[in-house]
Design a protein around this ligand. Structure first.
Ligand SMILES: C[S@@+](CC[C@H](N)C(=O)[O-])C[C@H]1O[C@@H](n2cnc3c(N)ncnc32)[C@H](O)[C@@H]1O
Length: 269
Protein backbone atom coordinates (compact mmCIF):
# COMPACT_ATOMS: atom_id res chain seq x y z
CA UNK A 1 0.00 0.00 0.00
CA UNK A 2 1.27 3.52 -0.78
CA UNK A 3 2.21 5.61 2.25
CA UNK A 4 -0.52 8.22 1.58
CA UNK A 5 -3.18 5.48 1.30
CA UNK A 6 -2.06 3.97 4.59
CA UNK A 7 -2.36 7.39 6.26
CA UNK A 8 -5.82 7.99 4.76
CA UNK A 9 -6.96 4.65 6.16
CA UNK A 10 -5.36 5.15 9.58
CA UNK A 11 -6.78 8.64 10.00
CA UNK A 12 -10.14 8.14 8.26
CA UNK A 13 -12.50 10.84 9.46
CA UNK A 14 -9.84 13.57 9.51
CA UNK A 15 -10.14 16.17 6.78
CA UNK A 16 -7.04 18.07 5.74
CA UNK A 17 -7.01 21.45 4.05
CA UNK A 18 -4.37 23.74 2.62
CA UNK A 19 -4.31 26.01 5.72
CA UNK A 20 -3.18 22.99 7.76
CA UNK A 21 0.28 23.54 6.26
CA UNK A 22 0.49 26.54 8.59
CA UNK A 23 0.75 24.01 11.44
CA UNK A 24 4.10 22.71 10.15
CA UNK A 25 7.05 23.56 12.37
CA UNK A 26 10.31 24.73 10.83
CA UNK A 27 12.11 21.36 11.27
CA UNK A 28 9.17 19.63 9.53
CA UNK A 29 9.28 22.09 6.62
CA UNK A 30 12.92 21.06 6.29
CA UNK A 31 11.71 17.51 5.46
CA UNK A 32 9.66 18.68 2.44
CA UNK A 33 12.44 18.28 -0.18
CA UNK A 34 12.59 14.55 0.72
CA UNK A 35 8.92 14.00 1.42
CA UNK A 36 6.71 16.21 -0.79
CA UNK A 37 5.67 15.23 -4.32
CA UNK A 38 7.18 18.05 -6.40
CA UNK A 39 4.49 18.72 -8.98
CA UNK A 40 1.64 18.70 -6.46
CA UNK A 41 3.48 20.99 -4.02
CA UNK A 42 4.33 23.40 -6.85
CA UNK A 43 0.68 23.53 -7.96
CA UNK A 44 -0.43 24.19 -4.37
CA UNK A 45 2.11 27.00 -3.90
CA UNK A 46 1.18 28.67 -7.19
CA UNK A 47 -2.44 28.81 -6.02
CA UNK A 48 -1.58 29.78 -2.40
CA UNK A 49 1.23 32.36 -2.23
CA UNK A 50 0.60 32.89 1.49
CA UNK A 51 1.61 29.28 2.15
CA UNK A 52 4.74 29.78 0.04
CA UNK A 53 5.69 32.83 2.13
CA UNK A 54 5.03 30.93 5.37
CA UNK A 55 7.26 27.98 4.38
CA UNK A 56 10.10 30.27 3.33
CA UNK A 57 9.92 32.47 6.42
CA UNK A 58 9.83 29.47 8.79
CA UNK A 59 12.58 27.49 7.04
CA UNK A 60 14.81 29.54 4.71
CA UNK A 61 16.82 26.41 3.78
CA UNK A 62 13.93 25.23 1.53
CA UNK A 63 14.00 28.36 -0.68
CA UNK A 64 16.11 26.81 -3.47
CA UNK A 65 14.02 23.61 -3.48
CA UNK A 66 10.77 25.60 -3.76
CA UNK A 67 12.22 27.88 -6.47
CA UNK A 68 13.32 24.78 -8.41
CA UNK A 69 9.94 23.00 -8.33
CA UNK A 70 8.10 26.21 -9.22
CA UNK A 71 10.17 26.43 -12.42
CA UNK A 72 9.20 22.89 -13.46
CA UNK A 73 6.34 22.38 -15.88
CA UNK A 74 3.22 20.87 -14.31
CA UNK A 75 0.90 18.49 -16.15
CA UNK A 76 -2.63 19.68 -16.78
CA UNK A 77 -4.44 16.41 -16.05
CA UNK A 78 -5.23 17.22 -12.40
CA UNK A 79 -7.33 19.94 -10.79
CA UNK A 80 -5.84 22.18 -8.14
CA UNK A 81 -8.02 20.40 -5.56
CA UNK A 82 -6.57 17.00 -6.57
CA UNK A 83 -3.00 18.31 -6.40
CA UNK A 84 -3.60 19.79 -2.93
CA UNK A 85 -5.30 16.63 -1.65
CA UNK A 86 -2.46 14.40 -2.88
CA UNK A 87 0.22 16.65 -1.40
CA UNK A 88 -1.56 16.95 1.96
CA UNK A 89 -2.03 13.19 2.39
CA UNK A 90 1.54 12.39 1.33
CA UNK A 91 2.78 14.45 4.31
CA UNK A 92 -0.31 13.95 6.50
CA UNK A 93 1.75 12.40 9.33
CA UNK A 94 3.63 15.70 9.79
CA UNK A 95 0.40 17.72 9.93
CA UNK A 96 -1.30 15.22 12.24
CA UNK A 97 1.65 15.25 14.70
CA UNK A 98 1.11 19.01 15.09
CA UNK A 99 -2.65 19.51 14.64
CA UNK A 100 -4.18 16.22 15.83
CA UNK A 101 -1.72 14.62 18.30
CA UNK A 102 -4.65 13.00 20.17
CA UNK A 103 -5.76 11.24 16.95
CA UNK A 104 -2.26 9.81 16.51
CA UNK A 105 -2.27 8.67 20.13
CA UNK A 106 -5.67 6.98 19.70
CA UNK A 107 -5.23 5.42 16.25
CA UNK A 108 -1.61 4.22 16.26
CA UNK A 109 -0.89 1.04 18.20
CA UNK A 110 2.18 0.48 20.36
CA UNK A 111 2.29 -3.34 20.23
CA UNK A 112 5.14 -3.96 22.71
CA UNK A 113 5.22 -5.48 26.22
CA UNK A 114 7.91 -4.20 28.59
CA UNK A 115 9.60 -7.64 28.72
CA UNK A 116 10.01 -7.65 24.94
CA UNK A 117 11.86 -4.32 25.15
CA UNK A 118 13.96 -4.50 28.32
CA UNK A 119 13.95 -6.16 31.71
CA UNK A 120 11.96 -4.07 34.25
CA UNK A 121 14.58 -4.89 36.95
CA UNK A 122 17.33 -3.33 34.81
CA UNK A 123 15.38 -0.05 34.69
CA UNK A 124 14.79 0.62 38.37
CA UNK A 125 17.63 3.10 39.04
CA UNK A 126 18.10 4.22 35.42
CA UNK A 127 17.81 7.53 33.57
CA UNK A 128 16.20 6.84 30.22
CA UNK A 129 15.45 8.86 27.08
CA UNK A 130 12.45 8.16 24.82
CA UNK A 131 13.56 10.06 21.70
CA UNK A 132 10.99 11.04 19.06
CA UNK A 133 8.50 10.31 21.82
CA UNK A 134 5.35 11.36 19.94
CA UNK A 135 2.47 10.99 22.43
CA UNK A 136 4.87 9.25 24.82
CA UNK A 137 3.76 5.64 24.66
CA UNK A 138 7.20 4.26 25.61
CA UNK A 139 7.72 7.07 28.12
CA UNK A 140 4.60 6.12 30.07
CA UNK A 141 5.50 2.41 29.95
CA UNK A 142 9.11 3.04 31.10
CA UNK A 143 8.07 5.52 33.80
CA UNK A 144 6.48 2.61 35.71
CA UNK A 145 9.94 1.06 36.22
CA UNK A 146 12.69 3.65 35.58
CA UNK A 147 13.95 6.36 37.91
CA UNK A 148 13.65 9.19 35.36
CA UNK A 149 12.34 9.37 31.79
CA UNK A 150 13.11 12.24 29.41
CA UNK A 151 10.53 12.33 26.60
CA UNK A 152 12.42 14.12 23.82
CA UNK A 153 10.08 15.37 21.09
CA UNK A 154 10.48 18.22 18.56
CA UNK A 155 6.75 18.75 17.85
CA UNK A 156 4.99 21.17 20.22
CA UNK A 157 1.60 19.43 19.88
CA UNK A 158 3.00 16.12 21.15
CA UNK A 159 4.97 17.78 23.98
CA UNK A 160 1.77 19.48 25.18
CA UNK A 161 -0.09 16.15 25.04
CA UNK A 162 2.60 14.35 27.09
CA UNK A 163 2.61 17.12 29.70
CA UNK A 164 -1.18 17.03 29.93
CA UNK A 165 -1.17 13.24 30.40
CA UNK A 166 1.55 13.35 33.08
CA UNK A 167 -0.51 15.92 35.03
CA UNK A 168 -3.76 13.95 34.64
CA UNK A 169 -2.07 10.73 35.78
CA UNK A 170 -0.03 12.42 38.50
CA UNK A 171 3.24 11.07 37.07
CA UNK A 172 6.29 12.85 38.42
CA UNK A 173 9.23 11.11 36.73
CA UNK A 174 8.61 12.04 33.06
CA UNK A 175 10.22 15.28 31.86
CA UNK A 176 9.25 16.59 28.41
CA UNK A 177 12.13 18.06 26.41
CA UNK A 178 12.26 19.79 23.00
CA UNK A 179 14.97 18.20 20.86
CA UNK A 180 15.95 16.11 17.84
CA UNK A 181 17.88 12.88 17.66
CA UNK A 182 20.91 14.27 15.86
CA UNK A 183 21.37 17.06 18.44
CA UNK A 184 20.29 15.75 21.82
CA UNK A 185 20.15 18.39 24.60
CA UNK A 186 22.09 16.25 27.13
CA UNK A 187 25.72 16.17 28.30
CA UNK A 188 28.15 13.46 27.26
CA UNK A 189 27.89 10.14 29.11
CA UNK A 190 24.82 11.23 31.13
CA UNK A 191 22.17 8.68 30.10
CA UNK A 192 21.77 4.98 30.99
CA UNK A 193 19.48 3.99 28.15
CA UNK A 194 18.03 5.65 25.04
CA UNK A 195 15.04 4.20 23.21
CA UNK A 196 13.14 5.05 20.07
CA UNK A 197 9.99 3.62 18.57
CA UNK A 198 9.35 4.34 14.89
CA UNK A 199 11.42 7.47 15.30
CA UNK A 200 15.00 6.93 14.16
CA UNK A 201 16.35 7.60 10.68
CA UNK A 202 15.79 11.30 9.93
CA UNK A 203 19.59 11.70 9.72
CA UNK A 204 20.66 8.23 10.74
CA UNK A 205 24.46 8.25 10.94
CA UNK A 206 24.54 11.58 12.81
CA UNK A 207 21.83 10.26 15.17
CA UNK A 208 23.83 7.12 15.97
CA UNK A 209 26.99 9.13 16.81
CA UNK A 210 24.87 11.47 18.96
CA UNK A 211 23.34 8.53 20.84
CA UNK A 212 26.83 7.17 21.57
CA UNK A 213 27.85 10.62 22.84
CA UNK A 214 25.10 10.84 25.49
CA UNK A 215 25.22 7.22 26.70
CA UNK A 216 27.23 6.27 29.79
CA UNK A 217 29.80 3.45 29.52
CA UNK A 218 27.74 0.22 29.70
CA UNK A 219 24.64 2.22 28.72
CA UNK A 220 22.39 0.88 25.98
CA UNK A 221 20.30 1.98 23.01
CA UNK A 222 17.16 0.24 21.78
CA UNK A 223 15.26 1.02 18.58
CA UNK A 224 11.83 -0.49 17.89
CA UNK A 225 9.99 -0.93 14.59
CA UNK A 226 6.41 -2.10 15.09
CA UNK A 227 5.44 -3.16 11.59
CA UNK A 228 8.55 -4.07 9.61
CA UNK A 229 6.51 -5.77 6.84
CA UNK A 230 4.66 -2.55 5.94
CA UNK A 231 7.86 -0.52 5.57
CA UNK A 232 10.34 -3.25 4.59
CA UNK A 233 12.22 -1.11 2.03
CA UNK A 234 12.96 1.78 4.38
CA UNK A 235 13.79 -0.59 7.26
CA UNK A 236 16.28 -2.45 5.05
CA UNK A 237 18.44 0.69 4.60
CA UNK A 238 18.24 1.42 8.33
CA UNK A 239 19.10 -2.23 9.19
CA UNK A 240 22.39 -2.14 7.30
CA UNK A 241 23.54 1.05 9.00
CA UNK A 242 22.43 -0.08 12.48
CA UNK A 243 24.31 -3.36 12.18
CA UNK A 244 27.42 -1.47 11.01
CA UNK A 245 27.14 0.46 14.35
CA UNK A 246 27.18 -2.90 16.23
CA UNK A 247 23.46 -3.17 16.87
CA UNK A 248 21.96 -6.65 17.18
CA UNK A 249 18.57 -7.30 15.65
CA UNK A 250 15.78 -9.37 17.25
CA UNK A 251 12.83 -10.31 15.04
CA UNK A 252 9.46 -11.03 16.72
CA UNK A 253 6.85 -12.52 14.40
CA UNK A 254 3.19 -12.82 15.29
CA UNK A 255 -0.19 -12.87 13.49
CA UNK A 256 -0.22 -9.13 12.92
CA UNK A 257 3.26 -8.99 11.33
CA UNK A 258 6.94 -8.63 12.22
CA UNK A 259 8.32 -6.41 14.96
CA UNK A 260 12.02 -5.56 15.04
CA UNK A 261 14.15 -4.58 18.01
CA UNK A 262 17.72 -3.28 17.59
CA UNK A 263 19.93 -3.28 20.67
CA UNK A 264 23.44 -1.98 21.31
CA UNK A 265 25.43 -1.82 24.58
CA UNK A 266 28.23 0.71 24.97
CA UNK A 267 31.59 -0.76 25.89
CA UNK A 268 32.46 -0.12 29.56
CA UNK A 269 35.73 1.52 30.59
C1 LIG B 1 6.12 7.82 13.87
S1 LIG B 1 6.23 8.96 15.20
C2 LIG B 1 6.62 7.85 16.53
C3 LIG B 1 6.14 8.38 17.86
C4 LIG B 1 6.32 7.43 19.05
N1 LIG B 1 7.70 7.12 19.31
C5 LIG B 1 5.51 6.16 18.84
O1 LIG B 1 6.08 5.07 18.76
O2 LIG B 1 4.27 6.27 18.81
C6 LIG B 1 7.78 9.76 14.85
C7 LIG B 1 8.12 10.84 15.89
O3 LIG B 1 9.44 11.33 15.64
C8 LIG B 1 9.40 12.76 15.80
N2 LIG B 1 10.52 13.35 15.05
C9 LIG B 1 10.53 13.93 13.84
N3 LIG B 1 11.78 14.32 13.50
C10 LIG B 1 12.57 13.96 14.53
C11 LIG B 1 13.96 14.09 14.78
N4 LIG B 1 14.79 14.65 13.88
N5 LIG B 1 14.44 13.63 15.96
C12 LIG B 1 13.61 13.04 16.86
N6 LIG B 1 12.28 12.88 16.65
C13 LIG B 1 11.78 13.34 15.50
C14 LIG B 1 8.04 13.15 15.25
O4 LIG B 1 7.67 14.45 15.68
C15 LIG B 1 7.19 12.03 15.84
O5 LIG B 1 6.76 12.32 17.13
Amino acid sequence: MQYADMLRKLFAGIELNVEDLLFLESFQIGYLPDRAPRQELAALLRANPVIHRYLVSMCPSVVSFLDEILLEEGTVDKTIEQNCDELLWEIADLIIYSKYPEAYDKNVDFPWEINEIVSPQYLHDKVVIDAGAGPGKISFLLAQYAQTVFAVEPTGGFRRLIKQKTLERNITNIYTVDGVLDSLPFPERSIDCLMTSQAIGWNLQAELYEIKRVLKPDGCAIHLFSDADAVSESVKGIHDILTSFEYECTRIKNDSGTKLKYHMTMKGE
